[in-house]
Design a protein around this ligand. Structure first.
Ligand code: ADP
Ligand code: MG
Length: 503
């Protein structure tokens, strides 16, 4: 079984000019709910549609239009909560967060401030073989996304595309449990993986499907432990929030930069001001975007258009029973059932489609050998050619067919690779192709025996040598393999040589 050690978080330590500093990080991840329709309207959520073609009256905030909650989006949020082992709140409520934004014509965002649908949970973050960290989730709430303002199409005008306006988001808020840039990226990666397994978020970061606001502060060694013991946030440094990060690489670079910036300020006798910052990937810097608003700046109040959201435990239980096997469980099962390494299990379970493909190949076959072939031959080749298991030219059934021929001793490992190559370029049935190309190991002991007898008769000196030194029997095996054109099964030949020479 998979034995994970939960290491105490090892904070990243940065040495400033005057002292050492540790990092404290908390993430607010915005995950777009995988749903065909928006949170409060029936408009489509299709990415890349003609601008303003997916807009219902309520999304455009036409007077008198009322939001109607999309039950499917609620189910998706509940499912995500269950996947993060979180408490599900049977009663939650929507609030209006007031701000002016041309791409959210209502003039407010409908969100959940006071009563989120999901409470405390956790994410187990993988930090290398056998090592994991626990990052606590504070809450997940549902809210509307905003649209897109476009400023670079015309020198004098700005445009607005409301296609994304009103699309459902889940905001997943972590505790400040993350202690370094790598851990932050690993946390986002794990969240993404879990949601992709659940089918609750596509996790396409390039399309902005998954983006993170990264909160960073610095503290002196020992401060974090005191904070943990007391829960007193004032022990920690002032945080800055880096908005809208949608790349794992940039998340790490931004944290690193931001920490060093704060250290320089504090060591210089200054004070970090709480603010919202943007990361500029070209310059590798963060810059101030606006001073940090507090909740009261938004004049939050309960949305009068929506009743509190009440769901039933039985409905939550139904969703719980429909949950797929999640990454950690699958990984542990792969290690346990197939006897593979944790490393291989990680590779095979990274994407649920890969895991499903592997299991189709492994079903009824040698799991370790299947893992080897899927990872080394198939994934290696797919990566090289920019393909995936969805677009692979060699199906699971075909690859399974190759493994069956190996298992029956009909083809050698070398032949199997040739066969794989033909399947990749031409397709077809593995057994038929093997037959057509004369790929067949000679396991017919009669033929091997005949070749060996001839050899023994013709080389009495070699026979004598081999009887004195068993290692020299290998010469006979080599000769037989040669004379059968590499088609004889080496294991069978070896056995026969040993028997004939009385070794
Ligand atoms: P807001 O919406 O005002 O940013 P939230 O409560 O939604 O506030 O999110 C705050 C985030 O900042 C959480 O992820 C939390 O863990 C994190 N955080 C709070 N204090 C610190 C700190 N001192 N350093 C780093 N992160 C922090
Ligand atoms: Mg925030």
């Amino acid at each position: 079984m998979l034995d994970l050690t939960f290491e105490a978080p090892k904070p990243k330590v940065i040495s400033g000019a005057k002292s050492d500093w540790e990092l404290v990080i908390g993430l607010e991840v915005h995950a777009q709910v995988a749903s065909n329709a928006k949170l409060f309207s029936g408009a489509s959520t299709t990415f890349g549609a003609e601008p303003n073609s997916n807009v219902a009256f309520v999304d455009a905030a036409m007077p008198g239009m009322l939001p109607v909650i999309n039950e499917f989006c609620v189910a998706q949020a509940v499912k995500t909560g269950l996947g993060l082992k979180a408490a599900i709140n049977l009663r939650s409520a929507f609030d209006r967060k007031n701000y002016f934004y041309p791409d959210l014509p209502q003039g407010y965002q409908i969100s959940q401030l006071y009563h989120p649908i999901v409470g405390e949970g956790e994410v187990i973050v993988d930090m290398g073989p056998g090592v994991a960290r626990r990052v606590r989730i504070e809450r997940i709430h549902m809210e509307q996304d905003a649209g897109k303002s476009i400023h670079d199409l015309d020198p004098t005008m700005s445009f607005v595309d409301l296609n994304r306006t009103g699309v459902a988001l889940m905001e997943i808020v972590s505790r400040p449990d993350i202690r370094g840039p790598e851990e932050a990226a690993a946390y986002v990666a794990k969240l993404r993986q879990i949601m992709r397994y659940l089918g609750t978020c596509d996790g396409n970061m390039q399309n902005g499907n998954l983006r993170a606001d990264v909160n960073v502060s610095i503290c002196r060694p020992g401060d974090y432990e005191r904070f943990q013991a007391t829960g007193d946030f004032t022990i920690l440094g002032t945080r800055c929030e880096i908005k809208n990060m949608n790349s794992m690489r940039f998340i790490q670079a931004a944290i690193e930069y931001e920490a060093r910036r704060q250290i320089a300020i504090v060591e210089d006798g200054g004070k970090v001001t709480q603010e919202t910052r943007l990361y500029d990937p070209d310059k590798g810097e963060t810059r101030s975007m606006r001073s940090k608003e507090e909740a009261h700046d938004y004049r939050y109040f309960p949305c009068p258009d929506l009743l509190p959201l009440e769901i039933e435990q039985a409905w939550v239980d139904d969703i719980a029973t429909s949950m797929p096997e999640l990454p950690d469980a699958k990984k542990a099962r792969f290690v346990g059932d197939y006897g593979m390494t944790e490393y291989d299990a990680n590779v095979l379970t990274a994407e649920v489609e890969n895991a499903t493909f592997f299991e189709e190949v492994a079903r009824g076959r040698d799991g370790k050998q299947a893992a080897n072939w899927v990872i080394n031959e198939l994934f290696g080749r797919l990566n090289k050619e920019g393909l995936s298991v969805e677009t692979t030219p060699v199906s699971a059934a075909q690859l399974g067919g190759v493994l069956d021929l190996i298992a029956k001793g009909e083809i050698s490992g070398k032949m199997a690779k040739d066969l794989f190559e033909i399947l990749w370029t031409e397709g077809g049935d593995p057994a038929e192709i093997a037959a057509k190309h004369g790929m067949k190991q000679v396991t017919d002991t009669g033929a091997i025996e005949k070749a060996l007898d001839d050899l023994i008769a013709a080389n009495p000196e070699q026979v004598e040598k081999a009887k004195v030194n068993a290692k020299l029997a290998g010469w006979f095996t080599g000769q037989v393999l040669k004379s059968t054109g590499g088609k004889a099964n080496p294991a069978v030949v070896n056995q026969m040589v040993a028997k004939k020479l009385g070794l």
